[in-house]
Design a protein around this ligand. Structure first.
Ligand code: ATP
Length: 363
């Protein structure tokens, strides 16, 4: 097992002097600890796959250095990096049996036949695919194909697993089953995992830490709950969470009053905010839907009418029409309001988020 370190790594596609050059990854510093499950999360095109491919050796970094354990791997071909890569598309050999697909990396290592057999059966048993060892992978359901791809990755006991959206092609129920399986597998094997996804549920539920990227730039690396509760940028705040965090662009008036720039939003914060906001003229105010309540008493700081009601069973989300802005509020399932009904919104002032409107950084 080994840690993975990226030091000031950048990747540019195309010539820097030409207009079609793309900076896919910019000055990335990232340490993945030995045995850690780290998820690279971000929207399509943010540079996460390119980062993974540079660690794998499938792309060469334009600048910076990559270490796996003590070794700088910039000049090592993929086969010498002691990593196993699992893709969204399983990349199994269709003309080989499941057994031969899993044993393939071991046979390349010149292992004896009996040793290979023992390893393949151990992995197949762990992944519950012993019954399909003689079948061709392309005739199997997608969940089993994915297990075969995992089997081929883990059989070699590499130092690091690199996974690129491995669950994307599975249907929803299989995906949630495989999330638990993968997490369990990584815990059991203790192998360092660098895992790419655009799915925040995968990132939140499986990882030790999440690295959020946007437009080639690392935004924040933290535990899932720290990312959720203390986002360092407006991008992270609105990318993580469902429904997304409610946000309103505001002017700061007299240090601790917020006034909507393009709407009627008004909120008074504790006077102690005056210090924090001393140098900030405009902020983006943020509140998560579970940190506001719908009330019919004078604890409400804001008022609106119910626009849309979304009952989800365990909770209900109300989309509140607040005049010139909208706000989503989560309520317990048995608190019922009708569309069009006027209701107060009470904000939990201990759970608000403020971001500099220009830089997007938390203030
Ligand atoms: P996705 O989930 O869609 O794959 P991503 O976050 O993994 O997105 P990357 O695939 O790393 O993003 O792409 C980052 C940027 O680099 C994008 O603008 C992409 O178009 C560009 N890019 C990626 N590979 C190449 C390439 N081989 N040549 C030119 N540009 C590329």
């Amino acid at each position: 097992m080994a840690d993975v370190r990226l030091k000031n790594v950048s990747k540019r596609f195309g010539e820097s002097k030409k207009n079609d050059a793309v900076m896919a990854v910019k000055d990335l510093d990232l340490d993945v600890a030995d045995g850690e499950f780290l998820v690279l999360l971000g929207p399509s095109g943010c540079g996460k796959t390119t980062t993974l491919r540079m660690v794998a050796g499938l792309e060469r970094a334009t600048s910076g250095e990559i270490f796996i354990g003590d070794r700088s791997v910039n000049d090592l071909p993929p086969g010498d990096r002691d990593i196993a890569f699992v893709f969204q598309f399983y990349a199994l050999y269709p003309h080989l049996s499941v057994y031969d697909n899993i044993s393939f990396p071991l046979r390349a290592q010149n292992m004896s036949k009996s040793e290979v057999d023992e390893q393949v059966r151990r992995v197949a048993s762990r992944l519950k695919i012993e019954h399909v060892l003689n079948r061709r992978p392309n005739r199997l359901p997608s969940g089993e194909q994915q297990r075969v791809a995992l089997g081929r990755a883990i059989v070699r006991q590499p130092q690091v697993f690199l996974m690129d959206e491995p669950l994307t092609n599975l249907d929803a129920s299989l995906r949630s089953e495989m999330r638990v399986e993968l997490k369990h597998l990584q815990q059991e094997l203790g192998t360092t995992m660098l895992y790419v996804t655009h799915d925040q549920v995968e990132a939140m539920s499986m990882s030790h830490r999440i690295a959020v990227m946007s437009m080639g730039v690392l935004q924040q690396v933290d535990t899932p709950l720290e990312i959720y509760n203390h986002p360092k940028t407006l991008f992270v705040a609105t990318f993580i969470g469902s429904p997304p965090m409610n946000t309103v662009a505001c002017k700061v008036v007299d240090g601790h009053h917020l006034q909507g720039i393009e709407n009627t939003f008004r909120l008074t914060l504790d006077p102690s905010y005056a210090n924090r906001l001393a140098n900030t003229k405009e902020v983006v105010f943020g509140i998560r839907s579970e940190d506001a309540r719908l009330v019919n008493d004078d604890s409400a700081q804001l008022r609106g009418t119910v626009a849309v009601r979304e009952p989800l069973g365990d909770e209900t989300i109300y989309d509140m029409d607040m005049g010139q802005y909208r706000m989503a509020v989560k309520t317990p399932p048995r608190q019922i309001f009708r569309p069009g009904e006027p209701v107060g919104v009470a904000i939990n002032l201990n759970r608000i988020h403020l971001f500099d409107r220009v830089t997007g950084q938390a203030v």
